[in-house]
Design a protein around this ligand. Structure first.
Ligand code: LMR
Length: 331
């Protein structure tokens, strides 16, 4: 009888009570003060508000829970319920189409990008993740990348021979190879140390990442080049999502829509503030490419589009060109 009671008691205590909140762990790799860090916090506040506390969101920033590649595994295993990886990091899933966002000089403005992420192409990209047990909820902006290095970069040949850290994208690998650099795939959390120790000579990132990871402190030069884009998709575990009661899912969708609008409204401004802070720091030379210099990078890097289209998907690349009005002519 006593054993039966113990089993019953243990079963009762291991079951969540009606008042116990659903815990949603949200893991990401950047600092709290970045566009993604701020948007994750906004999502938490709104999700908890709109569910009346029925959901508790725990945000783990700065790779404090998982690093780049681990995040995907943790999501698929259900160890976390939400992540927002860079669009350049989806290939380890066996899905290469997201590398379309890595094609150099594909977007000139955020408006062009939003025509893709907010349209049919964006919707079908998110849907394509479902075969991996992942539900894509939204796209969040970061911004255009700059090069940083331990030497001045003004022309494509200035990158020749440099060991450049990249995200895990074959397209970014080709981009760096085309410039004559030596690409090194590395987790975001390791970049600062690697730059400091001279394991790599340079990297590329939007200014908000550069500044909040203090990369500028270990790089003598930053070149504002806007040669490529870095943004995110917010992902959840499909089984987890489908298991939620409808009213909770609705509330989370509402919170996500508002957090996404917020993310996309602050990203450009956050990046502008970050480069001002890098300049104010004083120890790093910040150089903005002239229109002619930028055109030279574009001319050198445009062949990467042709090289990668089989991997990314010819139809997808064409659909993005159509949505943005991309002009493949070289000036
Ligand atoms: C990087 O690895 O450089 C970025 O993807 C980090 C991030 O999440 O913005």
């Amino acid at each position: 009888m006593r054993i039966l009671l113990a089993i019953l008691l243990s079963a009762m205590t291991s079951l969540p009570s009606a008042a116990e909140p659903i815990v949603l762990k949200f893991s990401h790799v950047v600092a709290v003060g970045t566009p993604k860090g701020k948007a994750a916090q906004r999502f938490k506040d709104l999700a908890e508000k709109y569910t009346g506390g029925a959901v508790r969101v725990e945000v783990y920033a700065d790779s404090s829970l998982y690093k780049d590649k681990e995040e995907f595994e943790a999501l698929q295993l259900g160890a976390v319920q939400m992540i927002a990886p860079s669009l350049a990091k989806f290939s380890p899933l066996g899905i290469h189409s997201f590398e379309v966002f890595d094609l150099p000089f594909l977007f000139d403005t955020e408006e062009q990008l939003h025509r893709v992420t907010g349209g049919e192409v964006g919707r079908s990209l998110l849907e394509s993740l479902e075969v991996r047990g992942i539900k894509g909820l939204a796209f969040w902006d970061n911004g255009f990348k700059s090069f940083s290095a331990d030497r001045a970069i003004r022309r494509p040949q200035d990158l020749r021979g440099l060991r450049m850290r990249i995200q895990s994208s074959r397209t970014l690998y080709e981009q760096m190879r085309t410039l004559g650099a030596q690409p090194e795939v590395m987790a975001f959390s390791e970049v600062y140390q690697a730059l400091k120790a001279g394991v790599v000579d340079g990297t590329e990132n939007p200014h908000s990442n550069l500044f909040t990871q203090r990369m500028h402190e270990v790089q003598s030069h930053v070149t504002v080049s806007r040669h490529g884009y870095l943004g995110y998709a917010v992902l959840t575990n499909l089984r987890f999502w489908d298991s939620l009661p409808g009213r909770i899912r609705d509330a989370l969708e509402r919170a996500m829509a508002e957090a996404s609008a917020y993310a996309n409204s602050i990203a450009a401004m956050e990046n502008a503030k970050a480069i001002d802070r890098v300049k104010a720091f004083g120890g790093t030379a910040v150089y903005e490419l002239t229109a002619e210099e930028r055109a030279e990078f574009r001319r050198v890097l445009l062949p990467v589009h042709r090289k990668m289209e089989d991997r990314i998907g010819r139809d997808l690349v064409r659909a993005v060109y159509r949505a943005t009005g991309f002009d493949a002519t070289i000036d």
